[in-house]
Design a protein around this ligand. Structure first.
Ligand SMILES: [Zn+2]
Ligand SMILES: [Zn+2]
Length: 452
């Protein structure tokens, strides 16, 4: 072949490939599903897998919750949850622990309810110096009583409760095998990294699946986006926590948890070369009496995990693959992300409207930031202010049962990631913040402009 013929052939080939690529990536195109190596995600129940609803953040009388752990298991099981992870502060439910009934956080009323619902020698009690005491059930006893193959599962966990100076750094470890004491560190970032490393080390040593996540970043304004973005091995945080003191929505000085999420995702995908961060919803329940009231109560936020079976292993594998969504009231039938974009289908209730917002950051966004200043011009130690290019609402739709409950977002070609937020027109029946609507958070999917 002559040099000029080789050149012409190369030109024709280049043009053909370019045309094919442009055709494949044209906006709004309906492509098949199996086109995007490794990043296709289909979340829909079928013969092999189903949705499991669970709460990954729970306190009991083992730490600062106000009810017995078996009463809490019963509460969740009776409300159609499939799994529940106990996460008391810096403790696993393992030792022999007796509590003073009257002095305990639940007082006599909690004991009376316990005796009513668990008669027949379940409650072990004694009198010490004239005071009534009850032994708290261990995780082994609880799981033996409540685990029901495929129907309900209790998981052992801990809220590793650490801090840096006055800033709380709380991290949950799900399916933890041995208690992890808080590891500390010389900055918020280091505290998160050190505790993450401790969980990963236990996971590697025991060979058990163990899952770590960062809790309520805005509790006492402990964690900034800059702290969390660069942590390695920690890819989950609570975008929603049902405790009343956690400031999910931020304020005039502090970014909301969703804003943190978008800053973290944009930094990870453009500068830090780290994986996606996924968002969880949890209860962080402490108060189990007089529901609903304005305390930190169960039933506010949960995860829906698509898994092959109801075991810690299957649930954790699915969480790590992003096969779940977070919810405070909205349920979904199906979520698909692939080469063409994202598609979701809501399990719509009659007479309810659902606003779906697809949120993402595009390649070429402005990465610069400025510090937040107090009224004297001093820099505050809070998440910095970034451009509106980060976490932009890229598309919006309003759905309802009669208009249809499905919507898609088609990649334009320059997205680093896209996630979705669904807000119902129905108010949360027992919100952590008065006025909250029921929501769901769909996990981010890598966009066409993200490095793979
Ligand atoms: Zn906490
Ligand atoms: Zn907690």
């Amino acid at each position: 072949m002559t040099r000029s013929r080789r050149f012409s052939l190369a030109c024709i080939l280049t043009i053909l490939i370019t045309c094919a690529t442009l055709w494949m990536s044209r906006p709004g195109m309906e492509t098949g599903l199996a086109t995007f190596g490794g990043s296709q995600r289909i979340l829909a129940a079928d013969a092999e897998q189903r949705w499991y609803r669970g709460n990954l953040h729970t306190h009991s009388l083992w730490s600062d919750g106000d009810d017995y752990p078996e009463m809490i298991a019963l509460w969740y099981r009776e409300r159609n949850y499939d799994f529940l992870c106990y996460t008391d502060h810096n403790v696993l439910q393992r030792s022999e622990r007796w509590i003073d009934v009257e002095k305990s956080a639940g007082h006599r009323a909690a004991y009376d309810k316990l005796k009513l619902l668990f008669p027949l020698n379940w409650v072990q009690e004694r009198t010490t110096n004239g005071r009534l005491e009850v032994r708290l059930k261990t995780f082994g006893e609880l799981s033996e009583r409540f685990d029901e193959g495929g129907k309900f599962l209790l998981i052992q966990g801990e809220e590793i409760t650490d801090k840096f100076q006055k800033k709380p750094v709380h991290m949950n470890a799900t399916n933890l095998q041995e208690q992890i004491p808080p590891h500390g560190g010389n900055s918020v970032y280091e505290v998160i990294q050190n505790n993450t490393n401790a969980v990963i080390a236990q996971r590697e040593r025991t060979g058990k699946p163990i899952f770590v996540h960062l809790n309520h970043p805005n509790f006492v304004w402990g964690i900034t986006a800059e702290d969390l973005a660069r942590v390695r091995g920690e890819n989950f945080f609570e975008v929603y926590n049902g405790h009343i003191g956690v400031n999910n929505a931020g304020d005039s000085i502090h970014a909301s948890t969703e804003r943190l999420w978008d800053i973290i995702l944009s930094k990870r995908l453009s500068e830090l070369d780290l994986p996606l961060m996924y968002g969880l919803a949890t209860d962080d329940g402490h108060n189990y009496h007089h529901i609903p009231s304005r305390k930190s109560e169960p039933g506010r936020g949960w995860v829906m995990v698509l898994a092959r079976d109801l075991t810690p292993k299957a649930l954790i594998e699915s969480l790590e693959q992003g096969l779940f969504y977070a919810s405070s009231g909205v349920f979904l039938e199906r979520v698909v992300s692939d080469a063409s974009g994202l598609e979701l289908e809501i399990r719509a209730e009659p007479d309810v409207e659902y606003t779906v917002e697809f949120v993402g950051t595009r390649l070429g966004f402005d990465p610069t930031s400025t510090p937040v200043l107090d009224k004297n011009g001093n820099e505050l130690d809070v998440t910095r202010q970034y451009s509106a290019d980060i976490g932009k609402v890229l598309a919006k739709a309003v759905l309802n049962q009669s208009k249809g409950s499905k919507v898609s977002y088609h990649f334009q070609g320059n997205e680093l990631y896209v996630r979705a937020r669904i807000t119902s027109s129905k108010q949360h029946p027992n919100p952590s913040k008065v006025g909250d609507f029921q929501q769901a958070w769909i996990q981010p999917a890598l966009g066409p402009a993200a490095k793979r």
